[in-house]
Design a protein around this ligand. Structure first.
Ligand code: ADP
Length: 619
């Protein structure tokens, strides 16, 4: 007897003692494994000319009520002894359990669906499971058997053809749980219809039927008939009008291991072009936990003529739509090898079509169902922004109208177009402000003047935002402009006149602060607040922060301008001090600079010095 690896053991325990109410899904999991195994052999056969045809394949179900056995047999690729060991003794997806544990407490976590720990689900309904398998091309067969938690055994066995037979010894009914029904023909038929109807190989069950005896009509004659339980038409080939939302949702959850229904389903086909295809695409409601990491793999399932060629064909999706899941079935004429797929121009055509479709569906959602779109954007907006920024803005025109930013005046997310459409005639720029939150932005000293003109401001709260906006540079010929950089194009912008005294005061402050600032000036962007920082040049203060938060930060620095409000009482005081006590101005300069840094969320070099200085002034 061999022990399960620790992680497998834990998942197995979860299965056996499952609080999971849908135990019936074990059948879906095993049938989908069977279908995958046949796919593998069929694919191999096409590649190596093994002369199988699709009709040679099937999945067989057997019920033996007396022995309480339910058996699922496929004539697919099969498993060798080593494969039995490595596939069924260990759970490949390591890390999935950690994740599950992190989510402990959230009740509705469908661990099975989520992680596809499929095979083990058999233990939810069985006391014992036997897997007899013979790998294609091998003469020997083996049996893997287990009663659950303690471990498993692998022994030699007999099997006439390649493939796998899984025998489940169904548990006895208990007060709370009913298992008997998994030995009922009607139930099995119902479950296959419900979960596995689309499987493209026949799922066959021998059923006992009765008919009137030909000779004696008062008698019933029993006979056995093999019934194919599934329609074998994959969902994407079905007529849209014959499908319900539930059908799509169930297909999505089963196929892509999500426990939430998708936010959006896009089912379409293209015909009469140089390439025909059917596609069912899904936009998940939530970003997968690893979405914004290197471990996430984009791609669509690619079938040609009903055969699965690739599980994740990355070339079908641009990076900025990498969140899309789905299936594409086409009549590609391709040499079935992965290398050639990448250079296949038909595939490129399909990809271009899909991209157009996804974009137009997103645009329609934005137009017609704002709430759904906002949810979408919360999950995947970051990816769209990366898309704008990537490749030096190559795709910015495709994506710019999919962006949402929070508007200060409207206090809700708006598109750039919506902002643009409401711009005042006198308004020179599309204004934005960066900060760590909308609330933080609203109270920035720099926003007051712009709002005074009834000009709106877009809030940029994610690290990538300003980079994306800088790549966009303009929208319909209107430039983007940060409220914290350069001139603002306001009508009364240049009314602040520096006197000779002011010039000397500002020079003194600049001298005191040295290299920390590029310039000190009287501000035309401040209204009531005494001080702020702005920047000159391409690098903004927000971008400086982003760069310096990176692991290999090099201490990049924006060209900072310390701006003082000449209408503020403090500046009046400074003017007085200029005559009475210049040294005092130096202290104030240091204090004002740190305050401006703090407002911007910039790190301050020596807070103790600052604190001492302020306390001295207060005492
Ligand atoms: P998953 O199917 O999600 O990979 P499972 O636990 O259901 O996880 O199965 C583990 C592995 O065992 C599969 O990836 C496959 O390689 C193998 N396997 C399971 N069932 C069969 C089968 N009927 N025929 C061949 N191989 C199988």
């Amino acid at each position: 007897m061999k022990k399960f690896k620790t992680e497998s053991q834990k998942i197995l325990d979860l299965m056996i003692n499952s609080i999971y109410t849908h135990k019936e899904i074990f059948i879906r999991e095993l049938l989908s494994n069977a279908s995958d195994a046949i796919d593998k052999l069929y694919y191999k056969s096409l590649k190596e000319n093994l002369s199988y045809s699709k009709e040679d394949f099937s999945i067989k179900l057997e019920i033996d009520k007396d022995k309480r056995i339910l058996r699922i047999t496929d004539n697919g690729i099969g498993m060798s002894a080593e494969e039995l060991e490595s596939n069924l003794g260990v759970i490949a997806r390591s890390g999935s359990l950690d994740f599950k544990q992190n989510m402990e407490g959230s009740e509705d976590v469908n661990i099975i669906g989520q992680f596809g720990v499929g095979f083990y689900s058999a233990f939810m309904v069985s006391d014992k499971v036997e897997v007899v398998s013979r790998a294609y091309g091998s003469a020997e067969a083996n049996m893997w058997s287990s009663k659950g938690a303690e471990g498993y055994e692998i022994t030699k066995a007999d099997k006439a053809e390649s493939g796998t037979a899984i025998t489940m010894y169904i548990k006895n009914d208990t007060e709370e749980e009913h298992y008997d029904e998994f030995l009922e023909e009607y139930k099995i038929r119902e479950l296959v219809k419900k979960y596995s109807d689309y499987i493209r190989y026949p799922i066959m069950l021998d059923v006992e039927r009765a008919r009137t005896d030909e000779k004696d009509s008062s008698k019933n004659e029993k006979y056995v008939e093999t019934e194919t339980l599934n329609s074998m038409v994959p969902l994407w080939k079905k007529n849209k009008s014959a499908l319900t939302e539930d059908d799509y949702n169930a297909f999505y959850k089963d196929t892509f291991y999500d426990y939430e229904k998708p936010l959006k389903v896009i089912h379409f086909s293209a015909e009469g072009m140089s390439v025909n295809f059917n596609a069912v695409l899904f936009i998940p409601a939530k970003a997968p936990y690893n979405y914004y990491s290197k471990t996430y793999e984009k791609g669509l399932k690619l079938y040609t003529n009903g055969i699965l060629i690739m599980d994740k064909c990355a070339d079908l999706l641009p990076d900025y739509f990498s969140f899309v899941k789905g299936v594409v079935d086409s009549e590609l004429t391709l040499n079935i090898s992965r290398e050639t797929i990448q250079h296949n121009h038909q595939l490129k055509k399909i990809a271009a079509n899909l991209e157009k479709k996804i974009k137009s569906e997103l645009a329609a959602m934005l137009e017609n169902d704002r709430e759904a779109y906002q949810n979408f954007f919360k999950e995947f907006g970051l990816q769209i922004k990366y898309g704008i920024y990537d490749n030096w803005g190559m795709n910015k025109d495709t994506l710019k109208d999919l962006l949402l930013f929070h508007s200060v005046r409207k206090d809700k997310p708006v598109t750039i177009k919506e902002y643009f459409d409401e711009m005042k005639d006198s308004q020179k720029y599309i204004y934005y402000a960066s900060g760590k939150s909308v609330d933080a932005i609203k109270v920035l000293p720099q926003v007051e003047r712009v709002l005074e003109y009834d000009y709106d401001i877009l809030c940029l709260t994610q690290d990538i935002d300003e980079f994306a906006i800088k790549i966009l540079a303009e929208y319909e010929k209107k430039e983007f402009r940060s409220v914290s950089a350069g001139e603002l194009g306001l009508a009364d912008e240049n009314i602040t006149i520096e006197t000779e005294d002011d010039k000397q005061i500002l020079a003194l402050i600049k001298d005191t602060l040295g290299d920390k600032v590029a310039k000190v000036k009287l501000s035309s962007r401040l209204k009531t607040h005494p001080v702020c920082l702005s920047s000159e040049g391409d690098l903004s203060i927000e971008m400086e922060k982003v760069f310096n938060a990176m692991p290999n930060a090099q201490g990049i620095s924006a060209q900072k301008v310390l701006e003082l409000n000449s209408n503020h009482p403090l500046y009046e005081k400074i003017r007085k001090l200029f005559v009475e006590n210049k040294d005092e101005i130096k202290d104030l300069a240091k204090i004002l600079f740190v305050q401006a840094q703090l407002i911007e969320g910039l790190p301050v070099d020596n807070l103790t010095e600052y604190s001492d200085l302020v306390c001295r002034k207060l005492s």
